[in-house]
Design a protein around this ligand. Structure first.
Ligand code: CU
Length: 296
């Protein structure tokens, strides 16, 4: 098995670290690819959601686009697959451009008081020696001035106190850490799991702009660092002694369709991705400490 990639905290990268410079170069490269190429920036963003009318979709796009899972217990595993494929595409692109072969997606852990501003690479007008505007700088309602903008409520990690992954689809009921037991669900504001509501939704809506709408969110390069943190918090929660569902309805009954980093159609179930080190991608996080301290 290859050495697992290490996903690192973006706020703690050394001054000499080139992770974000290579990210910007890879984003720029992906943006030059034709939108029909499943490894292009536009195509990858459309897998989450798109403003294009579904009646214009090709047969392939009908299966692959506008698939993000929300307000369901598939929220976490679906986004884990989405990130795994994206990280693969970026890392292949970084290597092709002459960068390191072990590039890994960094995560933005916005909960500590010192990390509540966008990382400077996302607000600089120019970056990484690229021509024109920095591809990491896009339209946002807040954050582009480089100042901290997230309050305590937005970055609260109370979701980690939930012992149950699965919740119930009952109005006002317990939606669980990971979301209510239900079939695949593309959109939906209500009945979200606790991690999906806070901090996930709060970060999306506080940044606003592209991030404020699921149909455009993945066009903002910060989306991927935000979701890497959400994926990390799932691992933090597990490491605290909590367990994923064992119900086959969650583990293996639902197959999600994607194209892998080589463009080949591929399906995944949550069972395929519960182990980050031994799954289809091999990665780990540099910090899985319980941020709540010793909670009794
Ligand atoms: Cu999101």
């Amino acid at each position: 098995m290859p050495t697992p990639r290490m996903r690192k905290d973006v706020s703690k990268l050394d001054a000499s670290d080139q992770t974000l410079q290579w990210y910007a170069r890879a984003v720029h490269d992906m943006q030059q690819r034709p939108p029909g190429d499943s490894t292009s920036w536009q195509y990858q963003a459309a897998v989450h959601g798109t403003l294009q009318n579904p009646s214009t979709f090709t047969q392939d796009q009908k299966q692959a686009w506008a698939q993000c899972q929300h307000a369901t217990w598939f929220f976490l595993p679906w986004h884990r697959v989405y990130l795994g494929i994206f990280e693969d595409i970026v890392s292949t692109t970084v290597a092709k451009l002459g960068g390191p072969k072990d590039w890994a997606l960094p995560y933005w852990n916005y909960s500590p008081p010192g990390a509540r501003a966008l990382p400077p690479a996302f607000t600089a007008k120019q970056f990484a020696g690229l021509p024109g505007q920095n591809p990491l700088l896009v339209e946002r309602d807040q954050g582009n001035d480089g100042k901290p903008f997230l309050d305590n409520k937005a970055v609260s990690l109370n979701c980690l106190k939930r012992a149950n992954f699965a919740g119930h689809l009952v109005p006002g009921g317990d939606s669980g850490f990971g979301g209510p037991t239900r079939g695949p669900n593309h959109m939906g504001d209500s009945d979200q799991g606790q991690l999906e509501m806070v901090p996930h939704d709060m970060i999306h809506s506080d940044i606003g702009g592209l991030m404020g709408d699921p149909d455009t969110a993945a066009q903002d390069p910060i989306f991927w660092l935000h979701h890497a943190n959400i994926d990390r918090l799932w691992e933090v929660w597990r490491k605290m002694g909590n367990a994923n569902p064992t119900d086959p309805k969650w583990l293996s009954a639902t197959h999600f369709f994607f194209h892998d980093a080589s463009g080949k159609p591929a399906t995944f179930t949550p069972q395929d991705v519960v182990d980050t080190v031994n799954g289809p991608w091999h990665y780990q996080y540099d910090n899985l400490a319980n941020p709540l301290g010793n909670v009794h």
